[in-house]
Design a protein around this ligand. Structure first.
Ligand code: COI
Length: 354
């Protein structure tokens, strides 16, 4: 159990326009910080949101030893604050930590820290439909040292951001470019870990795709350039005939998304055939030509369920479901957000009250 010191701000900030939040642009009044030094996590505290000071030699600036997580808090109609499967994010945080040599954080302490900062800034949780409080825990290497080695000191920080949809399109389908030049991850690499390095490596492809009018790229495997991996900000699902398929986690090259896992569980519960396996881009193109590629959607904490209306593979344009959201995507969105916002019973046991 952490003994968290709380220092409240004396100058609360102006709340943003809750009808025009966008994603990740506004931050609340406080942040949680805990240090790692002398072999232990210590000094847990909640302080006014502010800039932090680091040595220019801090290792995070040089070799990128950094990880992050993303989850959300929701206000229910009856005034409860709830989190969605936070334990899954915390488990993933420690798997990421293991991969990039950051010391683990006790899962109970991490959950306590998340709940404490959400409680302090609960007035910032937006209430209108489609909005939530995005929680961004992250860890940075702070030791001033230019040797390539794991840092001996770290900061674990949690900041909060009231958000609406990740994509400007909202629940309208996005256009995705199937990347044929750059790769995101290979087996044995860091694709499964939630580290900044995976995301910076994706920027060039994303910017090139943007110039062509696409919101994001769909990554193919890094070896054969043949099998579908993920979109980067989300995992991806395809409805082919009467089967829902999504890339399996076996290669270790995609993020084990919490929303991905939840969609698989709901589909199984509804008796819809849902399979995790390798999916080649040729299989998709052939299914499209046969008229069997019925729906494509992305899943993620930030993106929730994001329907895909168009895929472009080497100039072959595949228009999915006439550019409209499909039945399965809509049902997953309705049920997932229904549970998250407390409008539907939590019969999966996914909700954690703050
Ligand atoms: C999330 O869905 O929480 C993510 O971390 C994706 C992100 C890069 C915005």
């Amino acid at each position: 159990m952490l003994n968290i010191k709380i220092e409240k701000t004396t100058s609360p900030r102006q709340k943003p326009d809750y009808n025009n939040l966008g994603f990740g642009r506004h931050f609340t009044d406080h942040m949680f910080i805990m240090d790692y030094s002398d072999g232990t996590w210590n000094n847990p505290r909640i302080v006014p949101y502010n800039d932090i000071t680091l040595s220019p030699a801090a290792m995070v600036f040089h070799y990128g030893q950094e990880m992050f997580e993303g989850l959300k808090a929701y206000y229910t109609k009856d005034g409860n604050i709830q989190l969605f499967r936070p334990q899954k994010n915390i488990e993933r945080m420690n798997r990421t930590n293991d991969r990039i040599c950051i010391p683990r954080i006790n899962p109970d302490d991490a959950l306590q820290a998340i709940k404490a900062i959400v409680e302090v800034d609960k007035e910032w949780i937006p209430t209108s439909e489609g909005t939530s409080l995005y929680i961004r825990p992250f860890i940075i290497a702070t030791e001033p040292h230019l040797g390539v080695a794991p840092s001996k000191t770290y900061m674990f920080i949690i900041i909060l951001s009231p958000v609406a949809s990740y994509y400007a399109e909202g629940l309208n389908p996005v256009k995705i470019y199937i990347e044929n030049k750059y790769v995101r991850a290979v087996k044995g690499g860091t694709g499964f870990a939630k580290i900044g390095g995976n995301y910076v490596a994706s920027l060039k492809a994303q910017m090139d795709a943007k110039e062509l009018g696409y919101s994001q790229v769909l990554w193919l495997d890094g070896v054969e350039h043949k099998y579908v991996d993920e979109v980067g900000a989300m995992n991806v699902f395809f409805v082919i005939g009467d089967e829902v398929v999504t890339p399996s986690l076996d290669e270790g090259s995609i993020l084990p998304g919490v929303t991905r896992d939840s969609c698989l569980a709901l589909l199984k519960k509804w008796g819809i055939k849902a399979t995790e396996r390798r999916i080649s881009v040729d299989e998709l193109a052939q299914a499209y030509d046969r008229g069997e590629l019925k729906e494509v959607f992305g899943t993620g904490t930030a993106a929730v369920i994001s329907p895909v209306g168009e895929l472009n593979y080497n100039g072959k344009i595949m228009t999915i479901n006439d550019g409209k959201i499909g039945t399965i995507s809509q049902k997953l969105y309705d049920v997932m957000t229904g549970i998250q916002w407390g409008n539907l019973a939590d019969d999966m046991g996914w909700i954690e009250r703050v």
